[in-house]
Design a protein around this ligand. Structure first.
Ligand code: DP6
Length: 462
């Protein structure tokens, strides 16, 4: 390990999307290696609206591995983190940056410590697969930092050991996690079925549903289902293999009717499997059921599916509309039946791609209140405000990317830390000092959107 003085810091920042399964992974055949009992297929969501950004840094001045999530330090001692770190370190290669006087050999990586700062651009506790994006981003950014030569599929087999669904976030578009057969899990990895441009008509609206009860985690829920549900056994052995073939075909042919039918049926069967678990697990709530019924009635009245729904281990609905026109009609229906609380403004009730709101002709709460009931449900009543926390309008998106401009990436991290805790993380400041990355006023103005005034930032720093 060479350097002039031991003050260098090497850093990499990456951004990784989250994903939603349309054929679900539920059940492991190996708990440590995280090997599933069936293949699964997902759609990657646009990272502009849902993603994790992670900066990984290595320096001889760091004396332990440490990690901050959304500005708060978290422990890296868990088995899953340790598996990912071990697997990546074992594949690390020599690295040299002559300009900065950094030379790291393969052996050095075993001794060098890491600092990792990660943040989500969406609420971490909202049940929106933050662990999938987070673990995928950790593995992807570490691989780039350590000059790992493996491709995305091989990296997915490492991300899988952090959280099963994370392996599918290594690609954009439509992704299949092949369950594999090998005992060591080497053939249990993700492959891209089609990129995000292949079917770019699709629009996704997520209803983040208010939930009072604490949910059973996916990890323990699926363990209980494997132990007690006969339906899960039948699903994994008989149903999913056939569905996977049909889903691949539907994606290839952009056949929305088949895609929607398979997506809804698989979500419903996954939740039926949860009910078949002993004790039963309830992830959906009344609001989720109402959303299903609204979509089913509309699809039936049109004679062909307009929208597909799918629910993970929680009450949030992920609704996939066949095209933009359908998405505007869907948003009108959703806002008619699920108005916000009286103290919520429209701007924070519909987030993400707000242009869909504009297309739907809704620019104010007043416009929303005057929405007519949909024809197929003209006698149905609106529900009281507050059943849905907010809606996110998004679309299928791209896979992980390296952020080339480190200054910008770190500035973002710093600002998020500041927003969340009203103070700067000491570690982030240390890294910035070490890299001479103190921002200039112009950059602060660029990030003025983050609602931090130049004065607040500069006075906090001095
Ligand atoms: C319902 O990947 O969170 O979202 O592998 O134990 O970390 P672990 O579970 P996780 O499970 C996701 C389950 C699901 C379906 C899916 O994403 O395929």
């Amino acid at each position: 390990m060479s350097s002039e003085g031991k003050t260098w810091v090497r850093m990499v920042t990456a951004q990784t999307p989250t994903n939603i399964a349309v054929i679900k992974y539920w059940g492991k055949r190996d708990e440590t290696l995280i090997l599933p009992i069936n293949d699964s297929i997902s759609v990657t969501l646009d990272p502009n609206h849902l993603c994790t950004t992670t900066t990984v840094a290595v320096s001889p001045s760091f004396d332990s591995d440490r990690m901050w999530l959304n500005g708060k330090e978290i422990s890296l001692s868990g088995g899953r983190f340790q598996s990912c770190l071990r697997e990546i370190r074992s594949r690390a290669c020599d690295f040299e940056d002559k300009e900065k006087g950094i030379k790291i050999t393969k052996k050095d990586w075993e001794k060098l410590h890491l600092h990792i700062a990660s943040f989500n651009n969406f609420p971490t506790a909202a049940g929106l697969a933050s662990s999938a994006a987070g673990l995928a981003c950790l593995v992807f950014s570490l691989a780039k930092l350590m000059n790992v030569k493996e491709d995305e599929s091989q990296l997915s087999a490492i991300a899988r050991q952090g959280s099963g669904s994370a392996c599918r976030s290594l690609f954009g578009g439509f992704v299949k996690w092949i369950m594999g057969k090998d005992k060591d899990g080497s053939d249990s990895l993700a492959v891209q079925l089609a990129d995000e441009k292949h079917w770019d008509d699709l629009v996704i609206i997520i209803a983040v549903v208010s939930s009072r009860q604490k949910e059973t985690s996916s990890t323990s829920g699926m363990r209980e289902s494997v132990e007690t549900s006969l339906l899960l056994k039948y699903r994994a052995e008989e149903v999913v293999p056939k569905r996977i073939v049909k889903m691949e075909e539907a994606i290839k042919n952009r056949d929305f009717a088949s895609f929607a039918q398979l997506t809804c049926a698989d979500s419903n069967q996954f939740h039926a499997t949860c009910l078949d678990t002993s004790p039963p697990i309830f992830y959906m709530n009344d609001t989720s059921h109402r959303i299903i019924s609204l979509v089913e009635k509309w699809n039936r009245s049109e004679g062909t599916p307009q929208v597909a729904y799918t629910f993970d281990a929680g009450p949030n609905a992920v609704l996939i509309a066949r095209d933009r026109k359908t998405a505007t009609q869907l948003l009108q229906r959703l806002l008619f039946f699920f108005p916000p609380n009286s103290d919520t403004d429209l701007n924070s009730y519909v987030i993400g791609d707000k242009s869909i709101l504009k297309d739907a002709g809704i620019e104010s709460i007043k416009d929303m209140e005057s929405l007519p009931p949909p024809l197929e449900m003209k006698d149905a009543n609106k529900f009281s405000g507050g059943d849905v926390n907010y809606f996110i309008c998004t679309k299928p998106g791209k896979g992980p990317v390296l952020l080339a401009d480190q200054t910008q990436a770190l500035l973002k991290l710093l600002i998020v830390t500041y927003i969340l805790h009203k103070k700067f993380s000491f570690e982030m400041l240390t890294i910035l000092f070490a890299q001479n990355l103190f921002f200039n006023l112009k950059q602060v103005v660029v990030y003025g959107k983050a609602q931090i005034s130049c004065r607040e930032i500069t006075t906090s720093l001095v």
